[in-house]
Design a protein around this ligand. Structure first.
Ligand SMILES: Nc1ncnc2c1ncn2[C@@H]1O[C@H](COP(=O)(O)OP(=O)(O)OP(=O)(O)O)[C@@H](O)[C@H]1O
Ligand SMILES: O=c1ccn([C@@H]2O[C@H](COP(=O)(O)O)[C@@H](O)[C@H]2O)c(=O)[nH]1
Length: 233
């Protein structure tokens, strides 16, 4: 069983696939999935995307650096939205970020992260990497290494990593396991090359799961056979 996990969630986990904004039923589902895992004392850090609000690459009318800053702020909005609802449902949560100074957001300090986990808090890392031209997958890789996670779990809308995008190709074939070298060489676009590359350098395993399938998060944390595992060798 994994004891410390960085969970990367697509923004669409908050809205529903292909939707924008927030859907309270989806967030209750997320809370239930997290509760089932927190019972076991697993430390959970969350990096949340912002596809339910803004994706830099979709705002073609804007300069890329501005669009990306708006995207990063979207992750801050998502983090605060989640913090409030998590706490209303009994999940103690702290939001940490380097990109904004707001009364409900704390700066990232490594020593404090351990204290938050020891006190039973969920930690949401908001604001991506703080740099334009990246995505929250890269932020997830960095935070997973920084918080000394056992594994980075990417909760998404596909059941794992395929030889091509399963949303576009019906005949896509799923991998149960593959190496970082394979994922990078085959240019499997489920995650950025930067994210794979950071995880390869620091031996951070990645597991990609369908977050919309009930119970999958617990299966993943219990190290049951679910999704696709990416390993060093
Ligand atoms: N080889 C592949 N295997 C699996 N999925 C793939 C592959 N190539 C592309 N994809 C696509 O990658 C997507 C990964 O989505 P992800 O969870 O990162 O959402 P996102 O849109 O980047 O996040 P957000 O909603 O926060 O912007 C999946 O929807 C899937 O269709
Ligand atoms: O480090 C980062 C992380 C994110 N962005 C911008 O935010 C949006 C939303 O993130 P997703 O990973 O796509 O959900 C992204 O499209 C970028 O525009 C960033 O600039 N830097």
């Amino acid at each position: 069983m994994y004891k410390r996990v960085l969970l990367k969630l697509s923004g669409e986990v908050l809205s529903g696939e292909g939707e924008k904004g927030f859907n309270i039923d989806k967030i209750i589902y997320l809370i239930n999935e997290l509760n089932s895992v927190l019972e076991y004392g697993t430390n959970i850090g969350i990096v949340i995307g912002a596809g339910n609000l803004f994706r830099g690459r979709e705002m073609k009318e804007l300069s890329p650096t501005i669009a990306d800053q708006i995207g990063m702020l979207g992750t801050v909005i998502n983090a605060l939205y989640l913090k409030d609802l998590f706490e209303k449902h009994g999940l103690r949560t702290v939001v940490v970020s380097q990109v904004t100074s707001l009364p409900s957001i704390r700066p990232i300090h490594y020593d404090d992260i351990n204290l938050y986990f020891d006190a039973g808090y969920l930690v949401i890392f908001a604001g991506g990497t703080s740099n334009p031209f990246f995505t929250t997958d890269t932020a997830a890789a960095l935070r997973a290494v920084e918080m000394k996670a056992d594994i980075l779990i990417k909760g998404t809308k596909v059941s794992g990593i395929f030889d091509k995008d399963p949303k576009k190709f019906e005949d896509a074939i799923k991998f149960d396991k593959l190496t970082f070298d394979d994922a990078i060489e085959k240019e499997l676009k489920i995650m950025d090359t930067e994210a794979f590359s950071i995880c390869r350098r620091y031996n951070m395993k990645i597991l990609v799961i369908d977050f919309f399938k009930k119970g999958n998060l617990l299966r993943a944390i219990r190290e049951e056979n679910v999704g696709t595992l990416v390993v060093p060798k």
